[in-house]
Design a protein around this ligand. Sequence first.
Ligand code: AMP
Length: 278
Amino acid sequence: MQTKLIKNTNELIEYRNSIQSDFSVGLVPTMGALHQGHGSLIKNSKKQNDYTIVSVFVNPTQFGENEDFDKYPRDLEKDFKYCQELGVDVVFSPSVEDMYPIKDQVLIYPPKNMAYVYEGFIREGHFDGVLMIVMKLFNLARPTHCYFGQKDAQQLLIIKRMIKDTFFPTKLIPCPIQRDFDGLALSSRNIYLTKEERKLSLQIPSCLQTISKAISQGEVDTRILIEIGKKEIYNLELEYLDICNHNLECIDKIIPNNTIVLMAAKVGKTRLLDNLWV
Ligand code: AMP
């Protein structure tokens, strides 16, 4: 089997139409600069589907004006090779003009209570852009299954809600966070970190590990857990550390299987996200 590189929307539509209706199709949306975090999503899709499509597209509408859209790492050749090694059927990497041919287009808004807190509060309009691109990719690839990382917890929960609210016929498969040897969650943005910043950034997984340990020892009070976690952060700019349920509402006490510890911190100029699903 050969991995196909598809660079425009019409070709993807044609490809999708050529797949018989009783076959399953897994979609793994990414912004490229692929690492083993993406790899785990791809492997899950390969295991569970007849066909796997990986999209590689740095989506401009989810970046704010002063964010890193221009300097976001891009290396399609390397990403394509990685997908080849994993036996991906199609790498879909369209141009911005192809995905957004018209500026004044139909918009899709996420629920206010979920999308304008945490990441959505700091990155205004971020999830509007995420839903827009994911909806476009869904309509092009018509995946029976789609794969999202728990690393971006808020994104995953909002997309899950979009699927439910729009009756989109796809099953979302959440995939666990993949970490580097030192515990830092893998991220395409980790390459921005200097050696010193990388060391500092390890306070983030330490904070979550400490909270996780306290929970396993029986602590359920979220206020106390947050205090315990904050002690691990000494010289990072903590943007938020909070404990909420799957509707992204703050909770006083841990609810097993419906709790996430969310955090974001700035290390130098780089924002890093991490979280813990309880
Ligand atoms: P991105 O390319 O950063 O937009 O990520 C594409 C997908 O990969 C998203 O669903 C992310 O949540 C997922 N992802 C990124 N990093 C990781 C990781 N370390 N572990 C698991 N999934 C990840």
